[in-house]
Design a protein around this ligand. Structure first.
Ligand code: A3P
Length: 307
């Protein structure tokens, strides 16, 4: 990553040239042949779009709102990260993932599985398009995603580069997990398919109970209004920030990073909409907005956000 001293080599994957760490190569190949089950549920998102928030919601909906298990079992273990499970160092795996390894040990995981991936449509398991399990996609406004990503890199890596330079590189698709726009466009085009639910971070912020109801319906789960309220409370930003099963505090402690309780740090960081407009220069705002308009409105005549 840019500005880092110890830089992990990056590589491009697939026709769209999705940027990932080069060491993902074997994993990306294995994921293509991953054995999909009909009752799997996939949470597919670009990075920093509300993946964790959605995973917690979906896992609870799929598991009869078992808050007790959710609070005591790390989300990484309940809802594995498809392309990364194999890459996590053994000591972390033992402690946190309890050796869950999606790709190599997929058959040992009980159904129904709740699986997360940041891969593009093209790189996901081929059986997704034949077996058609349920896929919940989450998108987030690109400027806000880039800002969240910038702070993520500061927290998890030794990234110390300039903020404007990071946004420039993000826009130019030369940092990991880019290009962002094409990732989202592929799923936006499929949003009306019956096995796909397209949610946005902004919708979750605006009306979480509504997103809970819609997601429960998509999953075929009935839920009372009382349960919706209880789940919304559990998923509230402040609750999630304190919840050790989802806030990656243990993982961060392992790499020597600790959360600043008072500040807006930590993996679950600030949780607001519209930060991009405040953190980026007016020129960069204009460039991001122009690309969003060009990729969505001009190509497909619709866009998840008003630009
Ligand atoms: P910010 O960095 O803008 O605060 P992901 O899980 O895909 O990495 O997404 C992380 C982003 O989702 C972070 O955004 C994080 O704070 C936000 N987030 C996580 N849980 C949330 C919640 N309960 N409410 C609002 N935002 C949440």
């Amino acid at each position: 990553m840019l500005g880092q001293k110890e830089q992990a080599p990056l590589a491009r994957f697939g026709a769209v040239g999705y940027v990932l760490k080069a060491m993902y190569a074997d994993s990306v190949q294995a994921v293509k042949n991953f054995h999909v089950r009909d009752d799997d549920v996939y949470i597919v998102t670009p990075r920093k779009c509300g993946t964790t928030w959605t995973q917690e919601m979906v896992w609870l909906l799929m598991n009869n709102l078992d808050f007790e298990t959710a609070m005591k079992t790390n989300l990484l273990q309940r809802s594995p990260y498809l392309e990364v499970a194999r890459l996590v160092p053994d000591d972390v795996k033992k402690e946190i993932l309890k050796n869950v390894d999606m790709v190599e040990n997929s058959d040992h995981l009980p159904s129904p599985r709740c699986i997360k991936s940041h891969l593009t449509k093209e790189l996901l398991p081929v059986q997704l398009w034949t077996k058609k399990p349920k896929i919940i996609y989450v998108a987030r406004e690109p400027k806000d995603t880039a800002v969240s990503f910038f702070y993520h890199e500061q927290l998890f890596t030794s990234f110390s580069g300039d903020r404007d330079f990071f946004f420039e590189c993000f826009y130019e698709d030369i940092v990991a997990y880019t290009p962002l726009w094409e990732h989202m466009l592929d799923f936006w085009k499929m949003k009306d398919e019956p096995n796909i639910l397209f949610n946005t971070y902004e919708e979750m912020k605006k009306d979480l109970p509504d997103v809970i109801r819609r997601t429960a319906k998509f999953l075929g789960k009935s839920i009372t209004e009382e349960q919706v309220a209880r789940l919304a409370e559990h998923l509230d930003f402040k609750q999630m920030k304190q919840n050790r099963a989802v806030n990656l505090e243990d993982t961060l402690a392992k790499i020597g990073r600790t959360r600043d309780d008072k500040g807006e740090k930590g993996f679950i960081r600030k949780g607001v909409v519209g930060e991009g407009r405040r953190e980026m220069s007016p020129e960069m705002v204009a460039r991001f907005d122009e690309r969003t308009h060009r990729v969505f409105n001009e190509k497909v005549g619709g866009c998840p956000w008003k630009i």
